[in-house]
Ligand binder design. Structure first.
Ligand code: AMP
Length: 416
């Protein structure tokens, strides 16, 4: 079912949202982006005349009740954003009374789902690999199914709008969907947008298609890189992960970040790129430092001739010029990961430039650009360019898994 085609009038809707918002030490919300992200879906339920039940996790309480992770702290924020009073159920697994009282047009938030270990469905306190583990895992799966059924029993219809956890097969993100028929389960508006943006790059990309993959480690993005080799025309690899590729080819990278055990994989990626006709573009020169801090001398070295006591911290003008040309000629752009240590202002230039090129390609050349994965989102925000790219994904891990070509359990459960 598509949410736009559904009329929530007289229906109790249970909506999985991602209200895992950052809090300060006094429990005040410091960034309500995630709450605002869910509003279109939540408001539709209320505007149609439905009763709204919201559920989410916050942090990692691992099956224990932790006051500092209580969602009660954000009730006022959700209420202000929605424009209606929000009721609160202190126990997500025993909310029958609150649900029964809930009338059409009213909103109820359930307590942090992860106060129940059943939400994640992983056995607690039993080590993986021990003889007890398999039995404990089996028992937990059955408890997870019961917990999911309990959540489902509160409502007539299930909506998943939590893209941030779409790559998890948790009670509220996937298992619960088994209790609803195809006409009574759907993705929320935010999820629909995320899925469409990813499909735009993975399935319907216009060419040239350029992926810019940066960040710290090859190991965390190898699956992404491999899947992209079948799809892109240009693959720009920058940031810390680039040095493993340079070292693998015999270059001197000084003290730069690298992973020796990934060098063979790096060479394989280069070979495969060549075979597939993908233009794999590495940095040619780096802005380097001798100490990992902001206020320190900066020098540019060819990336394969970095002296032993220097480390690469940012992309140089030479590399940026090369990448600018590629990016501005692209019709589809996917960007994940900074091309330097952008948290330090003196080494943020390269990442800022990339953000500008992606924005320019989008605004002037009509490219479709998707930016996603924690740090690259922080980067476009840092440079004030979030509104100048086509789509900024809200889910780091979920987006990476989708780009790896994995089916997201949260999406699959709805389409089943
Ligand atoms: P990731 O989470 O893998 O996307 O990595 C993001 C992190 O990579 C950021 O914290 C950056 O500071 C870091 N990073 C990018 N380039 C470098 C570099 N040349 N040396 C060390 N860290 C880097």
């Amino acid at each position: 079912m598509k949410i736009n085609d559904f009329n929530f009038a007289g229906q109790k809707a249970i909506v999985r949202v991602d209200f895992n918002v950052p809090l300060d030490e006094n429990g005040n919300v410091t960034d309500d982006t995630r709450i605002r992200g869910a509003l279109p879906t939540l408001k539709k339920v209320l505007a149609d005349g439905g009763a709204l039940i919201m559920m989410s996790h916050m942090g990692k309480p691992k099956g224990k009740v932790k006051a500092e992770l209580s969602l009660e702290q954000i009730v006022k924020n959700v209420s202000a954003a929605l424009g209606v009073p929000v009721k609160f159920a202190k126990d997500a697994g025993k909310a029958e009374a609150e649900v029964a009282e809930l009338k059409n047009g009213e909103a109820l938030l359930l307590e942090n789902l992860r106060f129940y270990a059943e939400e994640e469905g992983k056995p607690v306190g039993v080590e993986k690999g021990t003889p007890e583990y398999d039995a404990a895992a089996k028992e937990m799966k059955s408890r997870q199914a019961d917990f999911a059924k309990k959540l489902a029993s509160y409502a007539d219809v299930y909506v998943n709008d939590a893209f941030g956890t779409a790559h998890r097969k948790h009670a509220s993100t996937a298992v619960i969907a088994d209790s609803f028929d195809a006409d009574h389960k759907m993705l929320g508006f935010l999820m629909e947008q995320e899925v469409t943006a990813i499909e735009n790059v993975l399935k319907n990309a216009q060419h040239p298609f350029t992926a810019i993959i940066g960040g710290s480690k090859v190991s965390s993005k190898l699956g992404v890189i491999k899947n992209l080799l079948d799809k892109v025309d240009n693959l720009i690899i920058g940031g810390g992960m680039g040095y493993t590729f340079i070292k693998a080819q015999g270059g001197n990278i000084g003290m730069s970040l690298h992973e020796d055990d990934l060098m063979l994989e790096a060479l394989n990626v280069m070979k495969e790129a060549k075979e597939k006709g993908v233009n794999l573009s590495l940095s040619t020169a780096s802005v380097c430092a001798q100490e990992f801090k902001n206020d320190t001398e900066r020098r540019v070295f060819p990336i394969n001739e970095i002296p032993n006591d220097w480390e690469g911290m940012d992309a140089s003008e030479e590399s940026l010029e090369k990448w600018k040309k590629i990016i501005l000629e692209s019709k589809t752009i996917l960007w994940n990961g900074p091309v330097g240590v952008f948290e330090l202002d003196n080494f943020a230039h390269g990442t800022g430039e990339i953000a500008h090129y992606v924005a320019e390609a989008t605004q002037k050349n009509g490219a479709f650009s998707l930016v996603g994965g924690g740090d690259s989102v922080a980067a476009v925000n840092k440079f004030g360019l979030a509104n100048k790219v086509s789509y900024v994904s809200t889910g780091g891990g979920a987006m990476l898994e989708a780009i790896e070509g994995k089916v997201l359990p949260g999406v699959a459960a709805i389409n089943k």
